[in-house]
Design a protein around this ligand. Structure first.
Ligand code: SF4
Length: 169
């Protein structure tokens, strides 16, 4: 894979379950303090998982991270796709292709272990990745900034519409 070619990574993501994969500028990714408040006050997963707040990166840390990248890939998952695992797989593919800075983020809590013991170090730190929202990213604004549609899901009958982000180089 050519060092500068990200289209092959997008194709890889689609071949492994993404409905869409788009090359984006990390400057279009929004990280805001209110996102962490929504985790702390309104999510029963708060503090239950090492990839979630208060253990995950703060919005300030995420903004600093974003400023050290020039390009990323935003992926949209299909039904029944573990978007965090897919983001990790794309990250790994990118890394092995020479993009040594590649880092993926997904959606929702980590599901790699049956339960997450937050009093111990992560049991699978090689693969565990935070959700975009767990790192303070305003997913709604970010995906809209990149031409995707998203709306608040009002019931469990609504179709899945999850996104992941891979910061590439
Ligand atoms: S891999 Fe296991 S220990 Fe690590 S964050 Fe995920 S659930 Fe927790």
């Amino acid at each position: 894979m050519a060092k500068r070619d990200l289209t092959k990574l997008c194709t890889y993501a689609r071949q492994h379950g993404a409905l869409h994969a788009k090359i984006i500028e990390p400057s279009s990714v929004v990280a805001s303090p209110w996102v962490r408040f929504k985790c702390q006050f309104g999510c029963d997963g708060y503090g239950e998982c090492l990839t979630c707040p208060p253990y995950s990166p703060t919005p300030e840390q995420t903004r600093a991270l974003l400023s050290s990248y020039q390009r990323g890939i935003l992926i949209r998952g299909g039904d029944h796709v573990d978007i965090t695992q897919l983001a990790y797989q794309v990250e790994r593919k990118a890394f092995l292709s020479g993009f040594y800075k590649a880092f993926g983020m997904g959606s929702g809590p980590c599901r790699l272990c049956a339960t997450c013991d937050v009093t111990e170090p992560c049991k699978n730190g090689m693969e565990a990745r935070p959700a975009m929202e767990a790192a303070g990213i305003d997913v709604f604004q970010t995906v809209r900034n990149n031409g995707f549609s998203i709306r608040v899901l009002t019931s469990h009958q609504c179709r899945d519409n999850y996104f992941g982000l891979i910061l590439v180089d």
